[in-house]
Design a binder for this molecule. Sequence first.
Ligand code: E4P
Length: 217
Amino acid sequence: MKFFIDTADLAQIKEANDLGILDGVTTNPSLMAKVGISGEAAVTKHYIDICEMVDGDISAEVVSTDFDGIVAEGKKLAALHKNIVVKVPMIKDGIKAIKWFTDNGIRTNCTLIFSAGQAILAAKAGATYVSPFIGRIDDTGWDGLELIHQIRQIYSIQGYKSEILAASIRYPNHIIKCAEAGADVCTCPLDSILGLLKHPLTDSGLAKFLEDAKKFA
Ligand code: E4P
């Protein structure tokens, strides 16, 4: 399973990248706003900064909702850097645009996936990635991980090539469960990635080893 970081914060992207395990980055307009990036010029510069920092796929989200607008915006984003993946919302014009991007060699990430039916349509349109939002599904009292299992089963049976990009991750165990469910990619906040490092027995075991090592120093 590939690891993407789900943030527009350059310091956090650098910290995850320095671990050596990062395969890409996802952003969205809310994550951009959170780090104070607004306006086309600033957003464009920020995507280029991220692309120069991480050698992997970088999702850049369109904000148009009509076919012509999505295509125009996506073409501009894709031209910024070879690693840009155009992130398109799961709406009718979004699906038409994903098919257009597929036919024109531009890679896409279909975002805001909350059902297996949406995941089927995105795959049929040729999306490179589909992004089910598991945390937001959990927030509504349903089971986000169940959707990952369902999409994995459908894609495997049908031979769909889109990669399942599990998004809206809330905690480290989500990452483990996504790996078990066969997600191709998990995009995670930095805290959830770092949370995978932690175990109290690792801490106490290391403390004991270091204490005993002093006896031989
Ligand atoms: C990533 O592609 C999504 O935009 C992101 O994971 C959404 O996460 P949230 O539900 O925490 O906002």
